[in-house]
Design a binder for this molecule. Structure first.
Ligand SMILES: Cc1ncc(COP(=O)(O)O)c(C=O)c1O
Length: 389
Protein backbone atom coordinates (compact mmCIF):
# COMPACT_ATOMS: atom_id res chain seq x y z
CA UNK A 1 0.00 0.00 0.00
CA UNK A 2 1.40 3.44 -0.83
CA UNK A 3 1.82 6.09 1.85
CA UNK A 4 -1.28 8.08 0.93
CA UNK A 5 -3.56 5.03 0.90
CA UNK A 6 -2.07 3.73 4.16
CA UNK A 7 -2.43 7.17 5.70
CA UNK A 8 -6.04 7.56 4.60
CA UNK A 9 -6.89 4.10 5.93
CA UNK A 10 -5.57 4.84 9.40
CA UNK A 11 -5.44 8.58 10.04
CA UNK A 12 -8.71 10.41 10.72
CA UNK A 13 -9.71 12.51 7.74
CA UNK A 14 -9.85 15.85 9.54
CA UNK A 15 -7.65 17.73 7.05
CA UNK A 16 -7.89 18.51 3.36
CA UNK A 17 -4.41 17.47 2.21
CA UNK A 18 -2.55 17.93 -1.05
CA UNK A 19 -1.72 14.49 -2.49
CA UNK A 20 2.00 14.61 -1.91
CA UNK A 21 4.26 12.94 0.62
CA UNK A 22 6.95 15.19 2.10
CA UNK A 23 10.18 13.42 2.76
CA UNK A 24 13.01 15.80 3.61
CA UNK A 25 13.95 19.44 3.88
CA UNK A 26 17.06 21.55 4.01
CA UNK A 27 17.20 25.32 4.35
CA UNK A 28 14.12 26.77 2.72
CA UNK A 29 13.49 23.90 0.30
CA UNK A 30 11.91 20.51 0.81
CA UNK A 31 11.47 17.40 -1.32
CA UNK A 32 8.62 14.96 -1.73
CA UNK A 33 9.01 11.19 -1.97
CA UNK A 34 9.54 11.44 -5.74
CA UNK A 35 12.43 13.85 -5.29
CA UNK A 36 10.46 16.87 -6.54
CA UNK A 37 11.79 20.01 -4.86
CA UNK A 38 9.69 22.87 -3.46
CA UNK A 39 10.61 26.37 -2.33
CA UNK A 40 8.78 26.88 0.94
CA UNK A 41 6.80 30.11 1.40
CA UNK A 42 4.65 28.55 4.13
CA UNK A 43 7.08 27.29 6.84
CA UNK A 44 4.61 24.59 7.90
CA UNK A 45 2.11 27.40 8.65
CA UNK A 46 4.60 29.81 10.16
CA UNK A 47 6.37 27.23 12.25
CA UNK A 48 9.74 26.34 10.71
CA UNK A 49 10.97 29.84 11.45
CA UNK A 50 14.60 28.92 10.71
CA UNK A 51 13.69 26.74 7.72
CA UNK A 52 14.31 23.01 7.56
CA UNK A 53 16.92 21.36 9.77
CA UNK A 54 18.94 24.50 10.48
CA UNK A 55 22.35 23.29 11.59
CA UNK A 56 22.69 25.08 14.94
CA UNK A 57 19.06 24.37 15.81
CA UNK A 58 19.46 20.68 14.91
CA UNK A 59 22.70 20.46 16.95
CA UNK A 60 21.00 21.98 20.00
CA UNK A 61 17.97 19.70 19.65
CA UNK A 62 20.05 16.55 19.09
CA UNK A 63 22.33 17.38 22.03
CA UNK A 64 19.25 17.65 24.26
CA UNK A 65 17.79 14.40 22.85
CA UNK A 66 20.99 12.66 23.94
CA UNK A 67 21.00 14.27 27.39
CA UNK A 68 17.45 14.31 28.78
CA UNK A 69 14.38 14.09 26.54
CA UNK A 70 11.73 14.49 29.24
CA UNK A 71 11.43 14.42 32.99
CA UNK A 72 7.87 15.70 33.78
CA UNK A 73 6.95 18.84 35.65
CA UNK A 74 7.43 17.17 39.02
CA UNK A 75 11.05 18.25 38.64
CA UNK A 76 13.00 21.28 37.46
CA UNK A 77 15.17 21.36 34.31
CA UNK A 78 17.83 23.93 33.55
CA UNK A 79 16.87 24.17 29.89
CA UNK A 80 13.26 25.13 30.79
CA UNK A 81 14.55 27.70 33.29
CA UNK A 82 16.92 29.16 30.68
CA UNK A 83 14.20 29.35 28.04
CA UNK A 84 11.72 30.93 30.46
CA UNK A 85 14.27 33.55 31.55
CA UNK A 86 15.09 34.45 27.94
CA UNK A 87 11.45 34.66 26.85
CA UNK A 88 10.45 36.76 29.84
CA UNK A 89 13.46 39.02 29.29
CA UNK A 90 12.69 39.62 25.62
CA UNK A 91 8.96 40.16 26.10
CA UNK A 92 9.16 42.05 29.39
CA UNK A 93 6.87 39.55 31.07
CA UNK A 94 7.18 38.18 34.61
CA UNK A 95 6.46 34.50 34.09
CA UNK A 96 5.43 31.84 31.62
CA UNK A 97 3.43 28.63 31.43
CA UNK A 98 4.72 26.21 28.82
CA UNK A 99 2.46 23.93 26.82
CA UNK A 100 2.53 22.35 23.38
CA UNK A 101 0.43 24.36 20.94
CA UNK A 102 -1.31 27.63 20.24
CA UNK A 103 -4.69 26.38 21.36
CA UNK A 104 -3.22 25.24 24.68
CA UNK A 105 -1.46 28.58 25.17
CA UNK A 106 -4.82 30.30 24.66
CA UNK A 107 -6.57 27.84 27.01
CA UNK A 108 -4.04 28.87 29.63
CA UNK A 109 -4.65 32.57 28.92
CA UNK A 110 -8.41 32.07 29.32
CA UNK A 111 -7.89 30.25 32.62
CA UNK A 112 -5.50 32.92 33.93
CA UNK A 113 -7.93 35.71 33.00
CA UNK A 114 -10.92 34.00 34.61
CA UNK A 115 -9.03 33.07 37.77
CA UNK A 116 -7.48 36.54 38.09
CA UNK A 117 -10.99 37.94 38.12
CA UNK A 118 -12.37 35.20 40.38
CA UNK A 119 -9.60 35.74 42.95
CA UNK A 120 -10.13 39.51 42.98
CA UNK A 121 -13.84 40.02 42.33
CA UNK A 122 -15.50 36.65 43.00
CA UNK A 123 -17.71 34.50 40.80
CA UNK A 124 -19.50 35.80 37.68
CA UNK A 125 -16.91 38.15 36.15
CA UNK A 126 -15.85 35.66 33.49
CA UNK A 127 -16.80 36.99 30.04
CA UNK A 128 -14.03 37.29 27.48
CA UNK A 129 -14.49 39.57 24.49
CA UNK A 130 -12.90 38.29 21.28
CA UNK A 131 -13.08 39.69 17.77
CA UNK A 132 -15.29 38.71 14.87
CA UNK A 133 -13.19 36.77 12.34
CA UNK A 134 -10.59 35.79 14.95
CA UNK A 135 -9.01 32.36 15.24
CA UNK A 136 -7.80 31.03 18.58
CA UNK A 137 -7.59 27.25 18.17
CA UNK A 138 -9.48 23.97 17.93
CA UNK A 139 -10.12 22.89 21.52
CA UNK A 140 -13.68 23.42 22.70
CA UNK A 141 -12.82 26.56 24.69
CA UNK A 142 -10.66 28.13 21.99
CA UNK A 143 -13.26 27.28 19.33
CA UNK A 144 -15.80 29.03 21.54
CA UNK A 145 -13.45 32.01 21.70
CA UNK A 146 -12.98 32.01 17.92
CA UNK A 147 -15.24 34.66 16.38
CA UNK A 148 -16.31 32.76 13.28
CA UNK A 149 -19.72 31.05 13.12
CA UNK A 150 -18.39 28.41 10.75
CA UNK A 151 -16.46 26.88 13.67
CA UNK A 152 -19.46 26.86 16.01
CA UNK A 153 -20.98 23.64 14.75
CA UNK A 154 -21.35 19.96 15.63
CA UNK A 155 -19.60 20.02 19.00
CA UNK A 156 -22.35 21.49 21.17
CA UNK A 157 -22.48 22.63 23.88
CA UNK A 158 -19.68 25.16 23.46
CA UNK A 159 -18.07 26.96 26.39
CA UNK A 160 -20.10 29.91 27.65
CA UNK A 161 -18.81 33.38 28.28
CA UNK A 162 -17.38 34.59 24.97
CA UNK A 163 -18.75 37.68 23.26
CA UNK A 164 -17.55 38.99 19.89
CA UNK A 165 -16.80 42.57 18.89
CA UNK A 166 -16.26 43.64 15.27
CA UNK A 167 -12.58 44.44 14.70
CA UNK A 168 -11.91 48.19 14.52
CA UNK A 169 -15.46 49.06 15.67
CA UNK A 170 -14.86 51.16 18.78
CA UNK A 171 -18.58 51.78 19.38
CA UNK A 172 -19.25 48.04 19.41
CA UNK A 173 -16.35 47.57 21.84
CA UNK A 174 -17.62 50.31 24.16
CA UNK A 175 -21.12 48.86 24.14
CA UNK A 176 -19.96 45.34 24.97
CA UNK A 177 -17.61 46.56 27.69
CA UNK A 178 -20.63 47.97 29.54
CA UNK A 179 -21.29 44.41 30.70
CA UNK A 180 -19.88 44.03 34.22
CA UNK A 181 -19.13 40.34 33.72
CA UNK A 182 -16.23 41.07 31.31
CA UNK A 183 -12.81 40.03 32.65
CA UNK A 184 -10.67 40.19 29.47
CA UNK A 185 -10.40 41.19 25.83
CA UNK A 186 -8.47 38.82 23.60
CA UNK A 187 -7.19 39.84 20.17
CA UNK A 188 -4.78 39.06 17.36
CA UNK A 189 -2.98 42.23 16.17
CA UNK A 190 -2.97 40.64 12.72
CA UNK A 191 -5.80 38.17 12.16
CA UNK A 192 -3.92 35.37 10.44
CA UNK A 193 -6.43 32.65 9.59
CA UNK A 194 -9.05 35.41 9.30
CA UNK A 195 -7.33 36.86 6.21
CA UNK A 196 -4.11 38.61 7.34
CA UNK A 197 -5.99 41.70 8.56
CA UNK A 198 -4.00 44.19 10.63
CA UNK A 199 -5.93 45.94 13.42
CA UNK A 200 -6.09 49.73 13.40
CA UNK A 201 -4.03 51.70 15.93
CA UNK A 202 -7.08 53.64 17.12
CA UNK A 203 -8.99 50.47 17.91
CA UNK A 204 -6.01 48.94 19.74
CA UNK A 205 -5.61 52.19 21.73
CA UNK A 206 -9.31 52.04 22.64
CA UNK A 207 -9.02 48.41 23.80
CA UNK A 208 -6.11 49.20 26.12
CA UNK A 209 -7.58 52.49 27.44
CA UNK A 210 -11.04 51.08 28.14
CA UNK A 211 -9.69 47.89 29.69
CA UNK A 212 -7.30 49.78 31.97
CA UNK A 213 -10.23 51.76 33.42
CA UNK A 214 -12.03 48.62 34.60
CA UNK A 215 -9.15 46.27 35.44
CA UNK A 216 -10.08 44.17 32.40
CA UNK A 217 -7.11 42.16 31.15
CA UNK A 218 -5.78 42.40 27.61
CA UNK A 219 -4.76 39.06 26.11
CA UNK A 220 -2.88 39.15 22.82
CA UNK A 221 -2.84 35.96 20.82
CA UNK A 222 0.58 36.20 19.14
CA UNK A 223 0.62 32.52 18.22
CA UNK A 224 1.06 33.43 14.56
CA UNK A 225 2.47 36.97 14.80
CA UNK A 226 4.99 36.34 17.59
CA UNK A 227 8.68 35.38 17.73
CA UNK A 228 9.85 37.64 14.92
CA UNK A 229 7.24 36.77 12.28
CA UNK A 230 6.20 40.39 11.82
CA UNK A 231 9.71 41.84 11.96
CA UNK A 232 9.43 42.66 15.67
CA UNK A 233 9.66 40.02 18.37
CA UNK A 234 6.02 40.72 19.25
CA UNK A 235 3.56 42.45 16.91
CA UNK A 236 2.43 44.47 19.95
CA UNK A 237 5.64 46.50 19.57
CA UNK A 238 4.22 48.06 16.38
CA UNK A 239 1.29 49.36 18.40
CA UNK A 240 3.39 50.46 21.40
CA UNK A 241 1.46 48.10 23.67
CA UNK A 242 2.25 45.57 26.37
CA UNK A 243 -0.58 43.13 27.02
CA UNK A 244 -1.23 41.54 30.40
CA UNK A 245 -1.11 38.11 28.79
CA UNK A 246 0.61 37.08 25.54
CA UNK A 247 0.38 33.68 23.90
CA UNK A 248 3.01 32.22 21.57
CA UNK A 249 3.41 28.96 19.65
CA UNK A 250 4.04 28.15 15.95
CA UNK A 251 7.59 29.46 15.27
CA UNK A 252 8.68 29.53 18.91
CA UNK A 253 10.73 26.30 18.79
CA UNK A 254 11.55 26.15 15.08
CA UNK A 255 9.11 23.33 14.27
CA UNK A 256 8.88 21.45 17.56
CA UNK A 257 5.58 21.40 19.49
CA UNK A 258 5.76 24.24 21.99
CA UNK A 259 3.35 26.88 23.25
CA UNK A 260 3.82 29.59 25.84
CA UNK A 261 1.48 31.79 27.83
CA UNK A 262 3.40 34.77 29.20
CA UNK A 263 1.96 37.03 31.87
CA UNK A 264 2.90 40.31 33.53
CA UNK A 265 3.54 40.86 37.24
CA UNK A 266 -0.15 41.38 38.00
CA UNK A 267 -1.10 37.93 36.67
CA UNK A 268 2.01 36.00 37.64
CA UNK A 269 0.62 34.60 40.90
CA UNK A 270 -2.74 33.53 39.50
CA UNK A 271 -1.96 29.92 38.64
CA UNK A 272 -1.10 28.08 41.82
CA UNK A 273 -0.05 24.45 42.27
CA UNK A 274 -2.69 22.10 40.90
CA UNK A 275 -4.69 24.72 38.95
CA UNK A 276 -3.11 23.99 35.56
CA UNK A 277 -0.67 21.58 33.99
CA UNK A 278 0.58 19.72 30.94
CA UNK A 279 2.57 16.48 30.88
CA UNK A 280 4.75 17.59 27.98
CA UNK A 281 4.70 21.34 28.75
CA UNK A 282 8.21 22.79 28.75
CA UNK A 283 9.66 19.61 27.30
CA UNK A 284 13.48 19.88 27.34
CA UNK A 285 13.90 19.13 23.62
CA UNK A 286 11.36 21.79 22.62
CA UNK A 287 13.02 24.26 25.03
CA UNK A 288 16.44 23.55 23.49
CA UNK A 289 14.97 24.19 20.03
CA UNK A 290 13.37 27.37 21.35
CA UNK A 291 16.66 28.66 22.74
CA UNK A 292 18.30 28.10 19.33
CA UNK A 293 15.47 30.08 17.70
CA UNK A 294 15.92 32.94 20.18
CA UNK A 295 19.70 32.99 19.60
CA UNK A 296 19.08 33.55 15.90
CA UNK A 297 16.24 36.04 16.19
CA UNK A 298 18.17 38.10 18.71
CA UNK A 299 21.32 38.11 16.58
CA UNK A 300 22.31 41.53 15.34
CA UNK A 301 20.26 42.83 12.40
CA UNK A 302 18.08 39.71 12.07
CA UNK A 303 14.70 41.39 12.52
CA UNK A 304 15.72 44.39 10.39
CA UNK A 305 16.47 41.89 7.65
CA UNK A 306 13.02 40.30 8.10
CA UNK A 307 11.53 43.75 7.44
CA UNK A 308 13.73 44.35 4.41
CA UNK A 309 12.64 41.01 2.94
CA UNK A 310 9.04 41.99 3.60
CA UNK A 311 9.54 45.24 1.66
CA UNK A 312 11.19 43.28 -1.16
CA UNK A 313 8.22 40.89 -1.41
CA UNK A 314 5.75 43.76 -1.42
CA UNK A 315 7.65 45.77 -4.02
CA UNK A 316 7.84 42.76 -6.37
CA UNK A 317 4.18 41.85 -5.93
CA UNK A 318 2.97 45.41 -6.37
CA UNK A 319 4.26 45.32 -9.95
CA UNK A 320 1.76 42.57 -10.73
CA UNK A 321 -1.60 43.78 -12.08
CA UNK A 322 -3.52 40.80 -10.62
CA UNK A 323 -2.57 41.95 -7.10
CA UNK A 324 -5.27 44.28 -5.78
CA UNK A 325 -3.58 45.02 -2.47
CA UNK A 326 -1.21 43.52 0.09
CA UNK A 327 -1.81 43.25 3.84
CA UNK A 328 0.20 42.05 6.84
CA UNK A 329 3.37 42.89 8.72
CA UNK A 330 6.91 41.58 8.18
CA UNK A 331 6.96 38.08 6.74
CA UNK A 332 3.24 37.60 7.33
CA UNK A 333 1.90 38.63 3.94
CA UNK A 334 -1.68 38.58 2.65
CA UNK A 335 -2.31 39.11 -1.07
CA UNK A 336 -5.77 40.14 -2.25
CA UNK A 337 -6.20 39.09 -5.85
CA UNK A 338 -8.39 40.87 -8.39
CA UNK A 339 -9.92 37.92 -10.18
CA UNK A 340 -8.05 34.69 -9.52
CA UNK A 341 -9.05 32.18 -6.86
CA UNK A 342 -6.42 31.91 -4.11
CA UNK A 343 -6.87 28.12 -3.76
CA UNK A 344 -6.35 27.58 -7.51
CA UNK A 345 -3.22 29.72 -7.29
CA UNK A 346 -1.93 27.64 -4.37
CA UNK A 347 -2.52 24.42 -6.33
CA UNK A 348 -0.74 25.78 -9.42
CA UNK A 349 2.15 26.99 -7.28
CA UNK A 350 2.50 23.53 -5.79
CA UNK A 351 2.50 21.99 -9.27
CA UNK A 352 5.40 24.30 -10.14
CA UNK A 353 7.45 23.74 -7.02
CA UNK A 354 6.33 26.50 -4.65
CA UNK A 355 4.49 26.02 -1.34
CA UNK A 356 2.14 28.87 -0.42
CA UNK A 357 -0.88 29.23 1.87
CA UNK A 358 -4.27 30.86 1.72
CA UNK A 359 -6.27 32.77 4.34
CA UNK A 360 -9.93 33.30 3.49
CA UNK A 361 -9.93 34.76 -0.05
CA UNK A 362 -6.28 35.83 0.08
CA UNK A 363 -3.01 34.16 -0.82
CA UNK A 364 -0.92 34.06 2.35
CA UNK A 365 2.87 33.89 2.55
CA UNK A 366 4.70 32.92 5.77
CA UNK A 367 8.20 32.12 4.50
CA UNK A 368 10.92 31.01 6.92
CA UNK A 369 12.45 34.09 8.56
CA UNK A 370 15.84 32.95 7.24
CA UNK A 371 14.78 32.89 3.58
CA UNK A 372 17.39 34.36 1.20
CA UNK A 373 16.76 36.98 -1.49
CA UNK A 374 17.59 34.41 -4.19
CA UNK A 375 14.98 32.04 -2.80
CA UNK A 376 12.49 34.88 -2.58
CA UNK A 377 13.21 35.83 -6.20
CA UNK A 378 12.81 32.22 -7.39
CA UNK A 379 9.55 31.75 -5.49
CA UNK A 380 8.08 35.13 -6.44
CA UNK A 381 8.89 34.47 -10.11
CA UNK A 382 6.74 31.33 -9.99
CA UNK A 383 3.94 33.08 -8.11
CA UNK A 384 3.88 36.14 -10.39
CA UNK A 385 3.93 33.97 -13.51
CA UNK A 386 0.82 32.18 -12.22
CA UNK A 387 -0.90 35.46 -11.33
CA UNK A 388 -0.18 36.93 -14.76
CA UNK A 389 -1.38 33.97 -16.83
C1 LIG B 1 -3.67 33.23 16.06
C2 LIG B 1 -3.75 31.76 16.30
N1 LIG B 1 -4.08 31.31 17.52
C3 LIG B 1 -4.14 30.00 17.80
C4 LIG B 1 -3.88 29.06 16.84
C5 LIG B 1 -3.95 27.59 17.18
O1 LIG B 1 -2.67 27.08 17.23
P1 LIG B 1 -2.43 25.50 17.26
O2 LIG B 1 -2.86 24.97 15.93
O3 LIG B 1 -0.95 25.35 17.51
O4 LIG B 1 -3.25 24.95 18.37
C6 LIG B 1 -3.53 29.48 15.55
C7 LIG B 1 -3.27 28.49 14.50
O5 LIG B 1 -3.35 28.76 13.32
C8 LIG B 1 -3.45 30.86 15.27
O6 LIG B 1 -3.11 31.32 14.07
Amino acid sequence: MNTIDKFNSHVMQSYGRYPLVMEEGSGRRCKDENGTEYIDFGSGIGTNSLGYCDEKWADAVCAQVRTLQHSSNYYYTKVQADFAERLCGITGKKSVFFCNSGAEANECAIKVARKYSFDKYGKGRHTIITLVNSFHGRTIATLSATGQDVFHNYFFPFVEGFVNVTANDIADLEAKLQDDTVCAVMLEYVQGEGGVNVLGQEFVDAVYDLCAKKDILVITDEVQTGVGRTGKFLAGEYFGKKADIVTLAKGIAGGLPMGACLVNEKCSGVLTAGTHGSTFGGNPIACAGGLAVLDRIESSGFLEEVNRKSEFIKSELEKCSEVEYITGLGLMVGIKLRSKDAHDVAQKALDRGLLILTAKEKVRLLPPLTISYDELKDGLKILIEILEE
